[in-house]
Write a protein that binds this ligand. Structure first.
Ligand SMILES: C[S@@+](CC[C@H](N)C(=O)[O-])C[C@H]1O[C@@H](n2cnc3c(N)ncnc32)[C@H](O)[C@@H]1O
Length: 386
């Protein structure tokens, strides 16, 4: 059995060593997450279904956690190896240098998934992996029992086509949780997906930006964060900040660099919704994200949408009819919104919907469609930009 280690030296070299990291992301966002990693000057960026890999040091790990808009987590890969039996899984995990990462009091829960593999029972794999880590640490620490009272080092495994990847989760709470949205309306969009829609719209902070179905404000808030070039993770903490192997200065330096890279400018971002409660929540969320002064919020019916400016971009997520209204009502809204947009030919539009009849109701065929997932719901981003 070949076991691939991503660290050969002891803990003393950790701050200069290079590791492999894995960034899981929503299906459809891999290319965008890979672009973000390249723009952070990270090496060996490689996208696969649902995840992107890169190489780097611990300071790169801190930068990625702070800056990624479209990735869900940053996982540090400790090793990968083939395994078609529980014995192979156990041996592969036990061979990894857990003692370099986990202190005696570490809490180390195990979670993961298996796809297209002989080892398909996730609970059994979890138990085997836990046991293998305990066995390894027992001999290194000469302990029989691990209290797990200290910082959390969550172990995440992925088994795809009999290839096991074993990682430590450096993010903790998923990166889409930026910390600004405890309150939400009925169907909030995941922050990472909203950020991806903004990115796909090529909004650069110059033209008018509108979300006329803003709900809890996620799209407009992500647009404001992108316009400011503000790292979305600046107001939250990450699991690896409590790990002994990371020097605290690594995080301080990454935060300072992120703050120094921010832009200042005049932006015209508009967010509206027919529901006054949603608009109130959107404002509160924007205040928590510290971008409220950049966004003009109002209560308005998208059926009477109108703008005086000749150019601009609309990025929005109108109701689908699956969760909020029935489909016919949603389709009526698409019709009315499409009619209201007559006269905005120079505007580019990016509309997310799961309704296969969307274009017919809206009254225009999209220049391009992009398949995206809002949670479990398969959607298309209908793009109009010509
Ligand atoms: C799918 S949700 C948008 C969720 C939002 N992207 C978020 O992250 O919270 C659709 C929103 O459209 C709003 N809405 C429904 N009909 C509307 C209309 N005619 N004009 C404006 N907003 C409307 C609903 O109140 C709801 O907040």
């Amino acid at each position: 059995m070949t076991i691939k280690f991503f660290k050969e030296s002891g803990p003393t070299n950790m701050n200069s060593a290079s590791f492999t990291f894995c960034v899981p992301c929503l299906f459809g966002l891999e290319g965008l997450a890979a672009d973000e990693l390249r723009r952070l000057d990270l090496q060996d960026v490689r996208a696969e279904d649902g995840r992107v890999f890169f190489s780097g040091g611990l300071s790169d790990c801190a930068r990625a956690n702070l800056s990624l808009r479209c990735g869900e987590r940053v996982l540090l890969e400790l090793g990968s190896f083939p395994a078609r039996s529980f014995d192979a899984l156990f041996e592969g995990v036990r061979a990894l240098r857990w003692e370099d990462w986990l202190p005696r009091d570490a809490a180390f829960p195990v979670t993961g998934y298996s796809l297209d593999s002989a080892l398909f029972s996730v609970p059994d794999c979890q138990k085997i992996i836990k046991k293998a880590v305990v066995e390894r640490l027992k001999t290194r620490y000469r302990l029989e029992h691990f209290p797990e009272t200290g910082a959390e080092y969550k172990i995440r495994f992925a088994i795809r086509k009999d290839l096991v990847s074993v990682c430590l989760d450096t993010s903790g709470v998923a990166l889409h949780k930026r910390g600004y949205r405890p309150a939400h309306t009925e169907a909030p969009l995941r922050e990472t997906l909203a950020a991806a829609m903004v990115r796909l719209s090529r909004y650069r902070g110059r033209d008018d930006f509108c979300d006329p179905f803003c709900g809890s404000g996620t799209v407009a808030i992500e647009a404001a964060l992108a316009a400011l070039n503000r790292a979305p993770g600046l107001n939250r903490r990450f699991a690896a900040e409590s790990w002994t192997c990371f020097e605290p200065a690594v995080w301080d330096r990454a935060r300072e660099a992120a703050r120094a890279a921010e832009y200042r400018g005049e932006y015209r971002i508009f967010a509206s919704d027919i529901d006054p409660r949603a608009v109130r929540m959107a404002k509160e969320n924007a205040e928590r994200a510290q971008v409220a002064e950049l966004i003009d919020f109002s209560v308005a019916d998208a059926a009477s949408f109108s703008r005086e400016t000749a150019r601009g971009v609309i990025v929005t997520n109108p109701p689908y009819g699956e969760r909020l209204l029935d489909r016919r009502q949603a389709e009526e809204i698409y019709r009315a919104f499409g009619a209201a947009l007559a006269g905005t030919e120079n505007w580019s539009l990016y509309l997310l919907s799961s309704d296969p009849e969307f274009e017919r109701c809206f009254g225009r065929t999209a220049d391009k469609r992009r398949k995206l997932y809002n949670g479990m719901i398969r959607c298309d981003l209908f793009m109009y930009y010509k």
